[in-house]
Design a protein around this ligand. Structure first.
Ligand SMILES: *Cc1c(COP(=O)(O)O)cnc(C)c1O
Length: 474
């Protein structure tokens, strides 16, 4: 990784390094001259896996092979030495890298970097939670003494697991202060929480389940003015609707388990970072290529690696991401309008509804990628995703009764599935953070979160209507 002249390189190793430098130069040319010029859908379908790769290395397999192998063998000791010193791009051992996860990482890096002028790279992780852990960890190192104070600033409206990771694992167990931003649209509140011990800013948008939002560019500018990176959890939007790095964010975390993979076969994650990071940690490798730093150094030692089987299954789902997010967003719009007009519903939270207080802000950022190049639209169109929430009139008993009467919609703590799934966050995803934590994140007990699937929306509307009617009966 380092560019310094290295005396540990023998002539035997140099032979392999030269060979691999040629390969890397060829790959760079392919990315810059071809891949970067493609539209989003083409990148989602092909990523970096080319006809050439397939024919030269993989017996012509048109789908990326699943490399179910723990380790890679080397021709000789020189190649092994060069590989284990990270002087050549080989994969060594599946905890560090693997050819299947490699293609998954490139697809994700290119999709999150679509439209971005600079370069992006990705490190795959075993889950969304390990992506978050992996992304924040490098900034929490102790720089001076063991008693040094460290803090970070984060949106209180976030996924329940994130709340737990920050509150228990970091605050309680490691004495690292998480300063919650209660109103993420208030830039002064963000600014007032930053001091000389702050390491990064963190925001989730749209947030799960309340659909919180903030002005990414404004918060990114604030972060950079303090020499800090902005980390964004963009799970609910996916790169088909929003690419935070294009608006100034430095690192994106994805729970690929969710909207990126409608099939729902397994848990999966990733971090995507821009190269040449702005931060107050004095480490050149970290700054130059954050994802690679995490992958080759930190995660080699922590081991939250992704299984190659899941990598290929996730990649397979991502190929049709744009059209799926478009269809699901349109259905969700229709369903949210139905609920908004329903007498038994107290409130509906969907960023696509003009009545939503954050609608205008979300409309600034959430666009269906490439709609202007699409024969169907031929112009930019806003799309707001397939996550919505609503509160049922009559408090907890009515909410539970309604929920228990759903037939087509599955009761589960999941989102992003091809099937519609509903949950009550206060008793599921956000149960463990307790009453006070839920208040902080704005999650009332009669809130239902709905992740709209690919069924015809009229059937989902009928299911909701029937369950609401049944909830009214004695
Ligand atoms: C589910 C979720 C996570 C955690 O992802 P896992 O893959 O379940 O570990 C993180 N952020 C958001 C917004 C989520 O919805």
């Amino acid at each position: 990784m380092a560019k310094k002249k290295d005396t540990s390189i023998t002539p035997g190793m140099q032979k392999y390094i030269t060979l691999n430098n040629k390969y890397l130069a060829k790959r760079d040319r392919y990315i810059n001259k071809e891949v970067k010029k493609w539209k989003f859908d083409t990148i989602a379908v092909h990523g970096l896996y080319s006809v050439n790769d397939a024919i030269e290395d993989y017996q012509g397999a048109i789908i990326e092979p699943i490399f179910m192998s723990t380790a890679q063998a080397y021709r000789d000791s020189d190649e092994m030495a060069a590989a284990l010193a990270y002087k050549i791009p080989t994969w060594c051992y599946s905890r560090i890298a693997n050819p299947s996860t490699y293609y998954y990482e490139w697809t994700l890096a290119l999709l999150e970097g679509y439209g971005f002028k600079g370069k992006t790279s990705c490190c795959s992780t075993s889950s969304g939670m390990s992506a978050i852990m992996t992304a924040v960890q490098p900034f929490l190192i102790v720089k001076k003494s063991a008693t040094e104070k460290r803090n970070f600033v984060a949106t209180a409206q976030c996924y329940g697991g994130t709340f737990q990771q920050f509150t228990i694992r970091l605050m309680q167990e490691r004495n690292i202060e998480c300063r919650w931003v209660l109103d993420a649209t208030n830039i002064d509140e963000w600014a007032s929480k930053i001091d000389e011990n702050t390491r990064f800013l963190y925001g989730e948008l749209p947030s799960n389940p309340q659909l919180g939002f903030f002005d990414i560019k404004e918060v990114a500018d604030l972060a950079h003015s303090h020499n800090l990176p902005l980390i964004v959890d963009s799970t609910v939007a996916t790169p088909a609707l929003l690419r935070p790095i294009c608006h100034g964010a430095d690192i994106v975390v994805q729970s690929a388990t969710k909207s990126l993979t409608t099939s729902g076969f397994g848990v999966c994650g990733g971090i995507i970072a821009r190269k040449d990071l702005i931060c107050n940690i004095d480490d050149d490798q970290l700054k130059t290529d954050f994802s690679l730093f995490v992958k080759y150094l930190q995660n080699r030692d922590f081991g939250p690696n992704l299984h190659p089987m899941q990598a290929v299954m996730t990649m397979n789902d991502m190929r049709t991401l744009r059209s799926k997010m478009d269809m699901l967003s349109r259905s969700t719009m229709e369903i949210s309008q139905f609920l908004e007009g329903h007498p038994d519903i107290e409130s509906v939270h969907y960023l696509g509804l003009p009545t939503h207080p954050l609608h205008d802000l979300a409309s600034k950022y959430m666009w269906l990628v490439d709609a202007e190049h699409d024969a169907q639209y031929g112009m930019p169109v806003n799309r707001y995703g397939h996550l919505m929430s609503f509160c049922v009139k009559g408090g907890v008993p009515k909410t539970r009764k309604f929920f228990d009467n759903l037939q087509r919609i599955w009761r589960a703590t999941d989102l992003g599935r091809i099937k519609s799934v509903a949950t009550i966050p206060a008793i599921s995803t956000h149960q463990q953070q307790g009453e006070a934590g839920r208040k902080l994140a704005n999650i009332p007990p009669n809130m239902v979160r709905l992740s709209v699937g690919a069924e015809h929306p009229t059937d989902i509307i009928a299911d909701l209507d029937k369950a609401l009617r049944k909830a009214k009966k004695k």
